[in-house]
Design a protein around this ligand. Structure first.
Ligand code: TIU
Length: 239
């Protein structure tokens, strides 16, 4: 693993400015790329959303995931979801709004947002390897009621490359939690997506404003360019 070797410094071209980081102390965190958010019939659609808005993030994440695997970077996947008895699902969350199906109700991909159901699983394109870490979280942030901080401390992680869905909900919440705990977060702009394009744009702006009040924002191409085994423009982005 990279993180057991000597420091490997790199500079990512980012906003509000370039960020130098030690790749051996950096992890890739992929937030909630689950069928429940990405596919028709899942939690996202029950809330009234157009799930096709999220598909654009898959290829950029795939490219960074491949590079991270090639370089031995620590890869962490998260999944939002609840225990089958809903004991970790606050009524205030379950009863919220007027969805077509509520958390725990049976849907076409199994019970909505319940661990172990088909809809709760990560999409095949980004499926975790057995060697990668999967964090199950009951909330929007990946630090609340999870073992994430223990994992990061165990591997000596100081910097997070963050991507996934949705930009203004689970990505933003996780970045804010991480920032308060002292981690430098670089959010991969085209590796995030929202059901609302304007929220995606503003969600990224909120992170990088005020000198990077919550972190940095960089494209997947800029991240790939700066990674230790730097390669040219990913194949999916070539003309
Ligand atoms: N609804 C919405 O935009 N997002 C979530 O409920 N969870 C995540 O962002 N993963």
């Amino acid at each position: 693993m990279l993180n057991s070797s000597k420091p490997t410094l790199g500079v990512i071209s980012a906003e509000p400015g370039p960020i130098e980081l030690d790749w051996s102390a950096t992890a890739l965190v992929i937030i909630d790329m689950q069928r429940d958010f990405m596919e028709p019939g899942g939690f996202g659609e029950t809330l009234g959303n157009d799930v096709s808005q999220l598909a654009r993030a898959v290829k950029p994440i795939g490219a960074v995931l491949k590079a991270a695997r090639d370089t031995g970077m620590l890869v962490i996947h998260t999944r939002e979801g609840h225990l089958p008895d809903l004991s970790d699902a606050p009524p205030a969350k379950v009863e919220r709004g007027a969805p077509s199906l509520r958390i725990g109700d049976p849907g076409p991909m199994g019970r909505i947002l319940i661990r172990g159901e088909a809809g709760h699983d990560i999409i095949p394109e980004l499926y975790p390897l057995d060697s990668e870490i999967v964090i199950d979280k009951p909330g929007k942030g990946a630090f609340y009621a999870t073992e994430l901080i223990d994992v990061l401390e165990k591997y000596g992680i100081e910097n997070l490359l963050v991507c996934g869905v949705t930009t203004e909900v689970c990505v933003n919440t996780t970045v804010r939690e991480a920032n308060d705990r002292g981690y430098r977060c670089v959010v991969i702009s085209d590796g995030c997506a929202s059901y609302f394009p304007e929220f995606h744009e503003m969600g990224l702006k909120m992170i990088k404003a005020q000198g990077g009040i919550f972190g940095w924002v960089a494209s997947s191409a800029a991240v790939l360019e700066a990674m230790p085994s730097s390669r040219s423009t990913p194949c999916w982005a070539r003309p």
